[in-house]
Design a binder for this molecule. Structure first.
Ligand code: SF4
Length: 97
């Protein structure tokens, strides 16, 4: 298990507006080995309970869209494919996660 959260040194990878799909997948996997995983999931739950869910970011191994809804699998690929051109990396035409 890592002792220093991966996001501390790779924060852009966790921002769905600035990251790429491959980097988001790496970030999500890094969360699974993070000592703060449980706390981050509790934080995310508390934010959802307040009506202010995490947006456009990875938190606690979950990728959240702009609407605060978790994105996974094809929904995550579609999310990146539908981003505005100035923010997007090359489109991902196939399901890779
Ligand atoms: S679990 Fe939380 S603190 Fe750890 S890398 Fe993921 S977002 Fe960062």
């Amino acid at each position: 298990m890592n002792t220093r959260p991966w996001c501390y040194d790779n924060i852009e990878d966790y921002d769905l507006d600035r990251s790429t799909l491959p980097k988001v997948l790496v970030a999500r996997n890094a969360c699974l080995n993070c000592p703060r995983l449980i706390q981050c999931r509790l934080d995310a739950a508390a934010l959802r309970d307040k009506g202010t869910p995490p947006q456009s970011q990875v938190l606690g191994a979950v990728a959240y869209g702009h609407d605060g809804k978790p994105r996974d699998g094809a929904a995550l690929v579609n999310y990146f494919n539908s981003r505005k051109p100035e923010k997007s990396a090359p489109p991902y035409v196939s399901k890779i996660c």
